[in-house]
Design a protein around this ligand. Structure first.
Ligand code: UDP
Ligand code: MG
Length: 327
């Protein structure tokens, strides 16, 4: 029997990219007929025509399934929703915007057949072709994240990857409401292989990740995987306390020799500086408490509004099968 490979595609307002992607996949699946393929597109609360297009396409292609989430849950959660429903012996996650070259899929599969459980792609772009802002972005995202989480994350690590069924099943058991899959797949272990690739241009639309959202994402990602920022706060506090004790001899000397200590300006600056520092550290602690709070609430990580997957493992979705309710 042929092995089944499931493609999981998160899509958020990708009405212009989806038809081309699905057509390309159809051609590709015919070429690689040694395997059986299915594709699950997870619509992450799109507000454009993506859903109508998906319903139409899925009637033309029997291997195409869709999951409509009830709102925008974010790419990682959308991918997990797809992985949860995937039945394949291997699962491949891929962007809908055409930036992940389909031609790399046979390379993934070959590595998988050789015994690798996770095969992932990382962008190999010559450093000169990065703009200054892009360099700042990737430095922020990967170097800092790698150092703070102790998970080696290559610069340009992408969400284009193949995972073996057993890895998919493990990830399906996660009930996390905040997910950072790039780090999760580093963390789970198993035999992994990295494959460099040149990203293609986005076909239509533009990226939803701005510098601000990337900073937020790195902060969220780091605090999901490590408490190092808390340790750093302790060391910072300790060093400042030690340093400030150097000031004591000067104070004693001033009292002994009746030398008035002036310095209104330096005092205000110091108070303001340490006020800011304390607030920042409180903020870091706050992030962790916030995560505890969110994770401890009894809410599902995502809600499926409609799907055409009949034998769904999620009871909720089967009762909604083929019912595209109001968006
Ligand atoms: N995406 C999603 N939910 C979101 C944002 C993005 O499902 O909230 C999907 C998007 O449709 C695309 C993929 O995630 O298929 C990557 O998004 P994008 O191209 O904006 O990111 P970039 O390529 O810049 O990392
Ligand atoms: Mg993209």
């Amino acid at each position: 029997m042929k092995k089944l490979i499931t493609l999981v595609v998160p899509a958020y307002n990708e009405q212009h990219n989806l038809p081309k992607l699905i057509q390309d996949l159809a051609v590709f699946f015919r070429q690689l007929s040694r395997y059986q393929f299915e594709c699950i597109v997870v619509d992450d609360g799109s507000t454009d025509q993506s859903r109508e297009i998906l319903i139409e396409l899925s009637s033309a292609y029997p291997w195409l399934y869709y999951i409509f989430l009830s709102k925008n849950f974010g790419k990682d959660i959308a991918m997990k929703a797809g992985i949860d429903q995937a039945r394949g012996d291997a699962v491949i996650t891929l962007d809908a915007d055409g930036q992940h070259p389909i031609s790399l899929i046979p390379v993934f599969i070959e590595a998988w057949e050789q015994g690798y459980d996770i095969v992932y792609a990382y962008r190999e772009v010559p450093i000169e072709s990065y703009s200054f802002m892009q360099r700042v972005r990737s430095a922020l995202f990967y170097s800092i994240a790698s150092k703070l989480t102790d998970l080696h994350m290559e610069r340009g690590l992408s969400d284009f990857r193949l995972i073996d069924r057993k890895v998919a099943q493990i990830v399906s058991t996660f009930q996390d409401k905040e997910l950072f899959l790039r780090a999760v797949f580093k963390w789970v272990g198993f035999r992994q292989k990295a494959i460099p690739y040149m990203p293609l241009e986005r076909l239509h639309g533009h990226t939803r990740y701005t510098l601000r959202s990337l900073i937020r994402l790195s902060l969220q990602g780091i605090t999901l995987f490590s408490v190092k920022p808390l340790n750093m706060a302790i060391y910072l506090g300790l060093s400042i306390s030690l340093l400030s004790s150097l000031y004591i001899p000067y104070v004693i000397w001033s009292i002994l020799y009746n030398h008035p200590i002036s310095g209104w300006a330096s005092m205000i600056v110091t108070i303001a500086f340490f006020g800011g520092l304390q607030l920042m550290i409180l903020g870091i602690i706050g992030i962790y408490i916030g995560k505890l709070f969110i994770q401890s609430r009894y809410q599902p990580p995502y809600i499926i509004q409609a799907t055409n997957i009949v034998s769904s493992s999620i009871p909720l979705s089967s009762s909604f099968t083929n019912t595209l309710t109001s968006k």
